[in-house]
Design a protein around this ligand. Structure first.
Ligand code: GDP
Ligand code: MG
Length: 392
């Protein structure tokens, strides 16, 4: 696995070096951020859910100390807050507290959630009882980001055993199974309500009632998280970094293709040069040589360092254009024009197919993130979350 992390790192650095001029400042910054994340082996766990489900309390319980503010008042957690969590082991963990999904307006919420989900490697989605429609929709939306989600059913102390069982079973019904598999549901009570206990004294004093704070029950969740990270933590990190790289690669390629499409001046110039060469050249094979050469240069310019799946096809087409151009050239004025029209059409076809190829092969190939993502996912054990996400 160490090997994969190194490969991902190489890919990031290669991409940045090769595409330096193409990258905007924020894209470069993002790549540096990803590089640092890899170096420090940081896994970010984002906690999502509606207001007052116990997100902040859950973070406190996991950290074992009260760091984030909790309370019944809406809107205590503003946007997102990040905490370092030292859970032992080599992996550096971060817990991200987020604002309640129902606390902000729809559009802002979507944006914040998406941003936090983008940063996260693992998502804890906290509910406290039956799932609402909003919660189901939010989970479905978060799943679009391909991040594993553990569903945390919190405040179980509020339910008598029977009710808790019913809710837990309801979470595993057919409709829900499409969202979350039963192994991904964990029960907690991270800040149980104080209970009244009666103290009996042995020395005959009157018995007394006091409020006692039960211990938080978060062990199962902690174990589930650590188990998950143990099995596929590094793969998760590698795949998430690659997914971010993939996004950058897609944007950069898109921008490049748009520029290519707008470069009518260069395409016309290529065509005009070849047409003139055909008109004035005395011999057929000179026609072929010139148009083949110019087309070849044009292809090299267009593909540049862009990943292209069909390099040999372009070579073949270039030779074909040269042959067409040379072969048609019989010394009569009429065939010369046919020759030029043929040249124009083949150039047009070549240009269009080149763009399609670049678009289709973005992010694949030696520099691309796609192939490596597939390889890593195939390497994790059967039944792991990464594989499940891939198959969804
Ligand atoms: N009974 C019970 N109450 C809880 C539990 N966890 C959190 N709470 C309470 O729920 C309220 C909201 O908690 P908070 O962590 O601020 O929720 P957040 O808005 O999701 O961050 C607080 O009053 C907590 O004391 C739990 O496991 N059991
Ligand atoms: Mg909170």
């Amino acid at each position: 696995m160490q090997d994969y992390l190194q490969q991902v790192r190489d890919r990031l650095i290669n991409y940045r070096n090769l595409f330096n001029q193409e990258l905007t400042e924020s894209e470069q910054a993002e790549i540096s951020f990803l590089e640092e994340k890899l170096d420090k082996c940081t896994i970010a766990i984002a906690v999502f859910g509606m207001v007052s489900r116990g997100k902040s309390s859950l973070i406190n319980a996991l950290l074992g100390q009260k760091l984030s503010e909790t309370g019944a008042i809406h809107g205590i957690t503003r946007n997102i807050t990040v905490y370092e969590w030292n859970a032992g082991g080599k992996i550096q963990l971060q817990l991200i507290d987020t604002q309640g999904l129902d606390e902000v307006g729809g559009e802002v919420r979507g944006a914040i959630a998406l941003e936090a989900a983008k940063q996260a490697d693992l998502i804890l989605f906290v509910i406290a009882g039956d799932m609402t429609r909003l919660e189901q929709e939010a989970i479905a939306e978060l799943q679009q980001s391909y991040k594993p989600i553990l569903l945390v059913f919190n405040k179980t102390d509020l339910y008598p055993d029977g009710d808790r069982l019913t809710i837990h079973q309801a979470l595993q019904n057919v409709e829900m199974r499409q969202l979350i598999s039963p192994q991904e549901i964990v029960l907690t009570s991270v800040e149980p309500k104080p209970v009244r206990v009666r103290i009996q004294y042995s020395d005959g004093r009157d018995s007394q009632e006091i409020w006692e704070q039960p211990k938080p029950d978060v062990q199962a969740l902690k174990e589930r998280i650590l188990e998950l990270l143990n099995i596929e933590g590094k793969e998760l990190l590698a795949v998430n970094v690659l997914r971010s790289l993939l996004e950058i690669q897609n944007t950069v390629t898109q921008r490049y293709v748009q520029r290519l499409q707008a470069s009518t001046a260069i395409t016309s110039l290529v065509f005009i040069t070849e047409a003139i060469a055909v008109l004035i050249s005395p011999l057929r094979w000179v026609d072929g040589l010139i148009s083949g050469g110019i087309t070849g240069l044009f292809v090299i310019w267009a593909i540049g360092r862009y990943p292209s799946q069909k390099k040999y096809l372009w070579l073949l087409l270039t030779v074909a254009i040269a042959c067409v151009s040379g072969g048609l050239g019989i010394n009569s004025e009429v065939t010369r024009y046919v020759q030029i029209i043929g040249l124009g059409l083949s150039l047009l076809f070549l240009f269009k197919s080149l763009i399609t190829d670049i678009e289709q092969s973005r992010a694949s190939g030696k520099l691309g993130a796609k192939t490596l993502i597939t390889a890593i996912i195939q390497s994790v054990p059967e039944g792991s979350i990464l594989q499940r996400l891939q198959n969804m």
